[in-house]
Unconditional design. Structure first.
Length: 568
């Protein structure tokens, strides 16, 4: 009979625990029962992975981890039929591969002889064991039995009989609202919609796109600003899926001719996440977009958004003013709202009355009074701003300046001693001044009220696990691009970034902190280029220069910066 080295001795020999800690754990084990490894984890002397690796050495059993990529079942062996989902999840065991009459499974407790015996009975195979941590197995189980199986089940449900029934529902002339609701509430459809949302959240997607085509349903996730195709459900499930989303969003499921907006909240791992839903009628049916607003994923902290130290200093000087206008500019999806909320979060206090008017309210922040506009009942930006001025505010946030009336009210509020935040759609910071003048605001009012202008874009960050350095030659750089570092990085792709080469995003900015010199430049009607050149004397960078700084630091690639910043 084989003699194994004791688990405690292995941990001591590896330098993970001291002999005194082992004795303490054994004493506690004798008193309260349980396994030694569990006791050591409870005492905080080891973590789960250290115990499993030690167990692997003790029993001479291979150890695999999720990060290694080896904790992935073979896709073409129908392993889910060998070990049913309920049994696998209940016992935390995952089939990995089958060779003739031998089945390899991963467990976190290879000494569970009863489980091994049960596995042998239900599979009819000899069992080979590898070990991994409980948490890694649970994630692999969710991936294997969760996403893949639910998609298979949902598509299987849409067999020929189901397809015929759903096709009848899809005919507008024979539309049965009761049947449509019933289909939307069926378990496979409910599970499928839940899965689409949960998977998008896990992939850190910002949007889910469901698009009907002539003979298929397209599913895409926007991850780090780029749309990626995902495995799509059967086209025959299109109507029930859309109806389910409409029901959750409190929309009219019978109305398919007009665009609709709605929303709902989901709870994922104790996190409450807002979803904004928009439908758009197309020639093949309604396109549905779900915007995911997860404030736990993006910390509302200026210091954690990726600003350079000099940029952060300029922003903090601007938002510390007691009055004036602070503008965030950039295209849709450039992170303006996140920066605004982070700024409010930094300066909020119990001594300040902060009011916001938004369309829609994207993040709910404790201690701030937030208003959602409703134009259909007359609750517009301008009307709400008039009310705000009678509410004794210190700080006001206006979601967007869209017209002359809102611009005039915003400037009036800034000139009467309030700090006002808002957004505009302009290409760069200096163009904000000319945009306000074009709207109809006199330049002397723009000069007197504007305190800070921040133009920003988001660039994808290179994956830290696989980015590769390369030598850059000045003669190969585009005209107007100057890089001081001889070596920069580019994307490569690995398992951790799904072979994209990028993971996460960072901000690049052009900041104008308005001082007396800049006020005179604005008042004299200088061009945007002349205004930004004046601002550079105070430490400002253009969007391109800000991006190139991050290229030199290895945060992003040159190609990524050139895709969002204009080279003059």
């Amino acid at each position: 009979m084989a003699r194994y080295k004791k688990l405690g001795d292995i941990l001591i020999s590896e330098g993970i625990i001291a002999e005194k800690q082992l004795k303490e754990a054994i004493t506690l084990q004798e008193k309260e029962g349980g396994k030694l490894g569990e006791v050591l984890i409870r005492l905080g002397y080891v973590n789960e992975e250290q115990i499993v690796i030690a167990l692997s050495k003790q029993l001479s059993i291979p150890y695999v981890s999720l990060a290694s990529g080896k904790l992935k079942p073979n896709a073409d062996q129908n392993l889910e039929d060998l070990i049913p989902q309920d049994f696998a999840i209940k016992n935390i065991v995952l089939p990995l591969s089958r060779s003739l009459n031998s089945l390899t499974v991963v467990m976190f407790d290879p000494l569970d002889l009863i489980l091994l015996d049960n596995l042998k009975k239900i599979t009819g195979c000899e069992i080979n064991v590898v070990v991994s941590t409980r948490s890694d197995i649970l994630k692999a189980l969710e991936s294997f039995y969760g996403r893949d199986k639910i998609f298979r089940d949902a598509i299987q449900v849409a067999g020929e009989e189901e397809r015929a029934a759903i096709k009848e529902i899809s005919e507008e002339t024979d539309l049965s609202l009761d049947k449509l609701i019933a289909q939307a509430e069926e378990a496979p459809v409910v599970k499928l919609v839940d899965l689409l949302i949960r998977q998008a959240i896990e992939e850190n997607a910002s949007d889910i796109h469901l698009e009907p085509h002539y003979d298929k349903l397209s599913l895409r996730y926007r991850i780090d600003g780029v749309l990626f195709d995902m495995p799509s459900p059967s086209a025959s499930l299109y109507l029930p899926i859309v109806s389910r989303i409409k029901i959750l969003s409190k929309m009219d499921i019978a109305e398919k001719r007009l665009p609709q907006d709605g929303g709902f909240m989901v709870k994922v791992a104790k996190r409450l996440i807002d979803l904004r839903v928009s439908t758009l009628p197309t020639i093949y049916g309604e396109k549905v977009v779900l915007r995911i607003l997860d404030k736990t994923r993006v910390p509302l902290d200026l210091a954690k958004l990726g600003f350079l130290p000099q940029e952060l200093e300029l922003i903090r000087k601007g938002i510390s003013s007691s009055y004036g206008l602070v503008f965030l500019t950039g295209p849709t999806g450039s992170g303006k709202s996140t920066t605004l909320y982070a700024a409010l979060n930094e300066i909020k206090s119990s001594t300040k009355n902060i009011l916001t008017v938004e369309d829609p309210v994207e993040y709910r922040i404790e201690g701030i009074n937030q208003v959602q506009i409703k134009p259909e009942i007359g609750l517009t930006f301008a009307n709400t701003l008039r009310c705000f001025l009678r509410q004794d505010p210190d700080i006001i946030l206006v979601g967007e300046v869209r017209d002359l009336e809102t611009a005039e009210m915003t400037i009036r509020a800034a000139l009467t001693g309030h700090l006002v935040f808002s957004t505009l759609h302009t290409n760069d910071a200096a163009s904000t001044v000319t945009r306000l003048v074009d709207i109809g605001i006199p330049s002397y009012l723009v000069t007197a009220s504007t305190r800070l202008i921040v133009a920003q874009r988001l660039v994808r960050k290179l994956c830290s696990s696989c980015k590769e350095p390369y030598e850059v030659k000045k003669e190969n750089l585009p005209e107007g691009v100057n890089i001081s570092s001889p070596v920069i990085y580019r994307a490569k792709g690995c398992e951790k970034c799904n072979f994209i080469g990028y993971k996460g995003r960072s901000v690049i900015t052009e900041i104008i902190l308005v001082n007396e010199e800049l006020r005179m430049a604005i008042y004299r009607g200088l061009s945007p280029q002349e205004i930004i050149q004046t601002a550079k004397k105070n430490g400002s960078l253009t969007l391109l220069e800000s991006g190139l700084k991050r290229v030199e630091e290895g945060i992003t690639s040159l190609e990524e910066v050139l895709s969002v910043a204009v080279v003059y």
